[in-house]
Every structure is written in structure tokens, then in C-alpha cells.
Design a protein around this ligand. Structure first.
Ligand code: FAD
Length: 568
């Protein structure tokens, strides 16, 4: 190809209309322009802004981001000048006439309704916060957070009403990020969450450190209970939030953060296929059941990369990538969406929690006949070399197939270096990699960044030892009620600080001389503080003919696992 000879530019002047002008819609429109100078591209956005940073909204509420303008990633003028894309704000697409390939648009400012023709239509309407029809739900002071005006109103309410107490209903990403920001503003926060854990996408034992950290930062957690209604307080200033169990919490402000629902009404009304989860069904090129219509972002159901199930994953990364793929498909390129993994990260005060791929509970929920065999390991390595000042532990849970070692999912929580480990594992999952690949991965190392055996390598090594049968693991949940011999290989001083009932202490350093004390007719479950000494002990015992397994994660996993089960 000679310079200027862009032979791949598609012929013709397709008219591409995009509904929704934020993550998925804006990405799609801009990508379409990069692929065709001839296409006519129009974006219709119901709200007053295009391409704004919705992920920054909690931090605007908390005054970390102080200027509203910095939330505006682009403006209609910029789209016009830079990309020759026309953006129409406050323009709601009300209907799609598929037979005529036309949309009906209502201008919210003038009230005018008009129609526009399309060759290709892209639906990127996102998802709306769930607002259940509970008594008192429409009281002033009860907010959801999706748009810049939502965050502006929250800020105004906090200042004008001198909010001192807030209730956040829902302990997911948006609930937790906003909680941190409300606390930053000096507000005392109670989180009401229906599940017995915060952060629903991760497994309950991995949420325990997050819960402990929230409590340490003064947040009241009310788990395992749902909001039932809202009534004005007797002082005329406050709101009483009542729960299903009969508890009541007084506050001056409520944030509802109980999840989002795909905005698929337009698609549904126009007869496009909508899945059982309520999202618009698309293929791997983001095409809907109508060959002239594509859909992207929070509004669509796509395949889960690990399980192959239909999934709704409302995250900015997939929305942006899907927008690009729809543009490629419309303009004749054969790009395919690989499926979602739910790779996500959240900062809660001083700790970060991140996850990718399947969680254990998602794998367990699968119906019989569709089950996917899995094993898991826990580890607690330092985020960088322990000899270098400031090393902080990361708790990692790696889920993998016990047969071939394929990596299925990972979760991690800690103060530093959490997301880079989960990102590395995320790429491994998308490449169909195994624990043996993690074991061999060559990763950055200098003492202030990691360890020569990075936590990702160590996770791979532990799991690979399981798959190879060198060091099989056990889990605390299977220890009690079993007749296994429970062996603690920590030092006596550590043993004295606390141990599970029935455990026998033989420190690793004297194990070889005291093996005669161990039973040969019972399985030996070995543990230490985090799993490393128990691994050495397990190997030695197995080489001496004992049936030994290492309790994954050691004592550091013990408390979290029992707290997550509700009873120690
Ligand atoms: P949106 O970005 O929501 O855009 C849809 C747009 O379509 C809306 O502006 C809407 O007004 C418009 N629209 C809807 N219907 C019509 C219609 N009929 N006509 C015209 N316009 C219409 N994700 C992350 O990955 N990381 C984060 O940290 C993160 N933080 C978040 C924090 C908050 C407070 C929120 C609300 C979301 C956050 N998300 C985060 C999720 C992420 O923002 C969404 O997944 C992403 O924006 C979805 O992109 P989308 O294009 O599908 O929808």
C-alpha cells in the first residue's frame, strides 16, 4: 500500500445513527469516522452531555474531582471539529421504524418530534439504576447516581441540608465508591446490603477484608437485610430507612445503589430479540436480530468468556470495546467480541479489590449437567519484596480447572499492586492460558515493584502443584467434621496466639525428627500462617509416604472463611 492509498476504506456513504453518546456510543461513532471519511455519522443523546466520565461521579461527590468541567471528556463542538460527527443533545430516540429504517427523535428543548433515516443504527442506551417501588421511594433526599446532574443534586443536597448521616442501599462498586466519598466529606455512612457480603461479584470470604476495612473506617455495615421503605423523620429534616428485618436507620440522605437494569425498552418495543436477563441479544459482532441494527454496552447481553453463558456486565471497558467492534462490523471489518470476563477493580479507602473471570459462587450456581469442575488456591504474598520497605500483603484467590489447569478466575484484595496482578491473570484467561503459563510468565521485577517470583507466578506455582498432584490442597470448610489429623507447622509462639480446636503443633523445623508421632492411617491436613511452610511440610510428608494435604491460605484464610460462613 502506498502512502495515502487507504484501500480498506469502505465504498459508499452509509448513514450511521448512534443512540446514546457516552461510553459505547461515543466510541462507536469516533471509530466509525476513523474507518470512513464518507460515512455520515449522527449521535443522539437524551441527556445534556456527550461522552462524560460517569466513572468519576463518586469522586465528584466527594470533591476529589472539584471541577464539573473535568468530567466532560468531549463536547459536541469537539466531535464536530475533530471527527465531523454531529451530536444532538437532549434528543431522545423514542421509536425505531425497522421497516423504513427510520428513528423517531424528540427534542426535549423544543418539544419537536422528527424522523431520521439510517443505513446502520447503533443502540448504546446504557443501563438505568434500579429504583424499586418501595413505600416512600420518591421522598426528597433519595438519590441514584448515573449522570452529572445526579451528582450535582447530591452535592447540593449535602451542602444545603448539612448532611451528617447517609444510608447507602447496596454494597456494590458504586455504593462502596460513593460511601468512601461521603465519609471523606465527614458524613457518617450506613450500608444496607441484602447479601451477607459487600461486592457481590466476588466470593464472600474475599469480601471479608473489605468489610473489615469499611468498619475500620467508621462505616456501619448492615448485611443480610434489605431496605423496605422510607418515611420522613419526626423533625421534618431526616429520613428513616426501615429494613425487612424491622431495623430502622435515620439519615439526611439515601443513595440507592442496588444495581442497574439495561435500557432495552426501545429494542423490546421494536421487536428486537431481548434475552432472559433483559439485555438486547447480540452476536459477536454486536449485531442484533435485525441486520441493520447493532447494540453495545450496558444494554446488551453477551457471552461470558469463561462459562459461555449469557451475561450482563455493566462496565466501561466492554462498552468501549464493543462500540469499536460495532463500527468495524458496520464498515466491513471482521472484528469479533471475545466475550466478557467481568474484569473489575474498586478502591475502598486504602484497599483495592479486583476480580476477573468466574467466581466460585458463579461456578457453583451452575445447574447440574452444566457444571464446570474447579479447584481454588489462596495465597497472601507481599506486593513487593518483603525486604524492601513498605511491602503489603495481597490476598489472592485463583480458580482453575483441576484437570488441565485452565485458569477460570481470580480475585485479589490488598493495599498495593492488586490490579496489576488481576490484569495479568485477565489476559491469561482471555488467551485460554493455564496455571502452568502463570507459573512460567515473565513479569516485571525490581524490589520496589514485585518479587522475582511475582505473586502471579506464585499463584501459578501453587495451582500447578495441585494439578500435577505434587501438593494437593484442602480448604478450611472441609476440615471440621472430618477425621483428618490437623497439623500446625508454625512455631510454638505462633500456635499459642490461636489455633483451630484439635490441631497438633509440630514446627516445620522439627518435623523430620518427629514424623513417628504422625498417623499413617489418617489423612494429615497441614497448615501454617499463609501456606508456605505447610507446603514444605506437605512435600516432605508425602515423600515419606503420608497422605498429606496443605490447607490453602493457612491461618490468614481461616478467619475470613469462617466469617464469610457466618459462624467461627
Ligand atoms: P452509558 O455510558 O450509560 O451511556 C448511555 C447513554 O445513552 C446515556 O447518556 C443515556 O442518556 C443515553 N440514552 C439512553 N436512551 C436513550 C435514547 N432513547 N435516546 C438518546 N439517548 C439515550 N465502569 C467501570 O468499568 N469502571 C468504573 O469505575 C465505573 N464506575 C462507574 C461509576 C458510576 C457512578 C456509574 C454510573 C457507572 C460506572 N461504571 C464503571 C459503569 C460504566 O460507566 C458503564 O458500564 C458504561 O458507561 C456503559 O456505557 P454505555 O455506553 O452502555 O452506557
Amino acid at each position: 500500500m502506498t502512502p495515502g492509498d487507504e484501500t480498506r476504506q469502505p465504498r459508499g456513504e452509509p448513514r450511521i445513527l448512534v443512540v446514546g453518546g457516552v461510553a459505547g456510543g461515543a466510541s462507536c461513532a469516533a471509530r466509525a469516522r476513523r474507518l470512513s471519511e464518507d460515512a455520515e455519522i449522527l449521535v443522539f443523546e437524551r441527556g445534556p452531555y456527550v461522552s462524560f466520565a460517569n466513572c468519576g461521579l463518586p469522586y465528584y461527590v466527594g470533591d476529589v474531582i472539584t471541577s464539573e468541567r473535568s468530567l466532560l471528556v468531549a463536547t459536541p463542538e469537539l466531535f464536530k471539529r475533530r471527527f465531523n460527527i454531529e451530536v444532538r443533545l437532549q434528543s431522545e430516540v423514542r421509536a425505531v421504524d425497522r421497516a423504513r429504517q427510520e428513528i423517531e427523535v424528540r427534542n426535549a428543548v423544543t418539544g419537536e418530534t422528527y424522523r431520521e433515516k439510517y443505513d446502520a443504527l447503533v443502540l448504546a442506551p446504557g443501563s438505568a439504576p434500579i429504583r424499586p417501588p418501595l413505600p416512600g421511594i420518591d421522598l426528597a433526599g433519595i438519590f441514584t447516581l448515573r449522570t452529572i446532574p445526579d451528582s450535582r443534586q447530591m452535592k447540593q443536597w449535602i451542602t444545603e441540608r448539612r448532611v451528617e448521616r447517609a444510608v447507602v442501599v447496596g454494597g456494590g462498586f458504586i455504593g462502596l465508591e460513593t460511601t468512601e466519598n461521603l465519609v471523606r466529606r465527614g458524613i457518617s455512612v450506613t450500608i444496607i446490603e441484602m447479601l451477607h457480603q459487600v461486592m457481590p461479584p466476588i466470593d464472600p470470604e474475599m469480601a471479608v477484608p473489605v468489610q473489615d476495612h469499611l468498619a475500620a473506617n467508621g462505616v456501619t455495615l448492615h448485611l443480610g437485610d434489605g431496605a423496605a421503605g422510607f418515611t420522613p423523620g419526626p423533625d421534618g429534616h431526616s429520613i428513616a430507612v426501615s429494613t425487612r428485618s424491622g431495623a430502622s436507620f435515620a439519615c439526611e440522605m439515601v443513595l440507592l445503589a442496588i444495581g442497574v437494569r439495561p435500557e432495552s425498552a426501545l429494542a423490546r418495543e421494536d421487536g428486537l430479540e431481548v434475552g432472559a436477563l433483559g439485555g438486547i441479544r447480540v452476536n459477536d459482532q454486536m449485531r442484533t436480530s435485525d441486520e441493520h441494527i447493532w447494540a453495545v454496552g450496558d444494554a446488551v447481553e453477551v457471552r461470558d468468556f469463561v462459562t459461555g453463558d449469557w451475561a450482563l456486565i455493566p462496565l466501561a471497558g466492554p462498552a468501549n470495546r464493543q462500540g469499536r467492534i460495532a463500527a468495524d462490523a458496520i464498515l466491513g471489518r471482521d472484528t469479533r467480541f471475545r466475550g466478557v470476563q467481568g474484569t473489575a477493580v474498586c478502591r475502598v479507602f486504602d484497599i483495592t479489590v479486583a476480580a476477573t473471570g468466574a467466581s466460585e459462587k458463579a461456578l457453583r450456581r451452575r445447574a447440574a449437567g452444566q457444571s464446570i469442575a474447579y479447584e481454588k488456591v489462596y495465597l497472601h504474598p507481599g506486593h513487593h519484596a518483603n525486604y524492601y520497605p513498605g511491602a503489603r500483603p495481597i490476598t489472592i484467590k485463583l480458580i482453575f480447572s483441576p484437570g488441565d489447569g485452565r485458569v477460570l478466575g481470580a480475585q485479589a484484595v490488598g493495599e498495593e499492586g492488586v490490579e496489576k496482578r488481576v490484569d495479568a491473570i485477565s489476559v491469561a484467561i482471555q488467551r485460554g492460558s493455564t496455571v502452568f503459563d502463570l507459573e512460567q510468565a515473565e513479569l516485571c521485577y525490581a524490589p520496589q515493584f514485585g518479587t522475582a517470583k511475582d505473586p502471579v507466578n506464585v499463584a501459578g506455582m501453587i495451582a500447578a502443584n495441585v494439578v500435577r498432584g505434587d501438593a494437593p490442597v484442602a480448604h478450611w470448610t472441609e476440615v471440621f467434621g472430618s477425621n483428618a489429623f490437623l497439623l500446625d507447622v508454625r512455631e510454638p509462639a505462633e500456635f499459642k496466639t490461636g489455633h483451630p480446636e484439635g490441631a497438633t503443633n509440630i514446627p516445620l523445623n522439627s518435623l523430620r525428627s518427629r514424623m513417628h508421632e504422625l498417623p499413617r492411617d489418617r489423612e494429615i491436613l497441614v497448615y501454617c500462617a499463609v501456606g508456605q511452610r505447610a507446603y514444605y511440610a506437605t512435600r516432605a510428608l508425602r515423600l515419606h509416604g503420608f497422605a498429606a494435604r496443605n490447607i490453602s491460605g493457612g491461618m490468614r484464610s481461616y478467619n475470613a472463611q469462617w466469617q464469610a460462613r457466618g459462624t467461627p
